[in-house]
Design a protein around this ligand. Structure first.
Ligand SMILES: [Zn+2]
Length: 261
């Protein structure tokens, strides 16, 4: 990482900490292996925010946590990475605090993990989002709007950042970060090809709150659609969660090998 990125990260870290405004926020203090990248896993929702709810009552927050823990296991072998998580249990973390945790951990890569819920039950498959001031299409805009609404649940104060400022924050993303994020999203799509179901036009972009650190390459993965019975069955299956974690770990390996080259 260049010095300029570090400066940007520190500046944004200050802004993010100020925006988070959470005095008791616990920052990761685990021992870090030196000279290996730090990957921040962000299981969506938690606590009083269940996220999407499947027809049989399964909560998105439960699937995202189990899937992120599976990915942590897949990444944890061999000392290739420092792996951190925005939550490791059923607790609520605001979107701003998730960004703050990534900045504080000095994350080199951030991946938010979610499950879609779409109006058409036949729609299924994973999709991968990167940050953009303007959504790539109406579906991407709707998904971002849903995921950004997490802080509205349970009476958590919102509007720490005004809607007018959101596009400006997104536009602060550095060109290098934007290119790296797009590379990572394509790496995930390539790794999933042939082994995981992907939505048509699976790589999209929109203005997601958790992707707004301008110096951390990031992507938000919708792992499948809870509104589709086949996807729901897979998303709740431990074997499938482990298989997806392996494909994601492979994508992360490719991403960092590319960055080194
Ligand atoms: Zn979600």
């Amino acid at each position: 990482m260049c010095n300029n990125c570090l400066i940007t990260r520190r500046r944004f870290g200050f802004l993010a900490l100020a925006a988070a405004g959470t005095a008791g926020l616990a920052l990761p203090r685990r021992a870090r292996a030196q000279n290996v990248p730090t990957v921040m896993l962000d299981p969506g929702h938690g606590g009083h925010d269940p996220g999407a709810i499947a027809p049989d009552g399964t909560f998105e927050k439960t699937i995202t946590l189990a899937s992120a823990l599976a990915l942590r296991n897949a990444l944890g072998t061999g000392g290739r990475y420092n792996v951190a998580m925005t939550r490791t249990d059923d607790s609520f973390v605001t979107l701003e605090d998730r960004v703050t945790l990534a900045v504080s951990a000095g994350a080199d890569l951030f991946i938010a993990m979610h499950c879609d819920h779409l109006p058409e039950p036949s729609d299924r498959g994973a999709s991968i989002y990167t940050l953009a001031p303007d959504a790539s299409d109406s579906l991407a805009a709707a998904v971002a709007s849903d995921e950004n609404a997490a802080d509205h649940l349970g009476g958590v104060p919102v509007a720490k950042v005004s809607p007018q400022v959101l596009p400006i924050l997104a536009s602060l993303e550095t060109r290098a970060t934007r290119i790296a994020s797009a590379t990572f999203a394509q790496d995930i799509a390539a790794s999933f090809q042939g082994s995981m179901v992907l939505m048509p036009d699976a790589v999209r972009s929109a203005n997601f709150a958790v992707l707004r650190d301008p110096s951390t390459p990031s992507a938000l993965l919708e792992m499948g659609c809870l509104t589709n019975p086949l996807d729901e069955q897979l998303l709740t299956d431990k074997v499938h969660q482990a298989a997806m974690a392996q494909r994601l770990a492979a994508a992360i390996d490719v991403y960092f090998q590319t960055q080194k080259a």
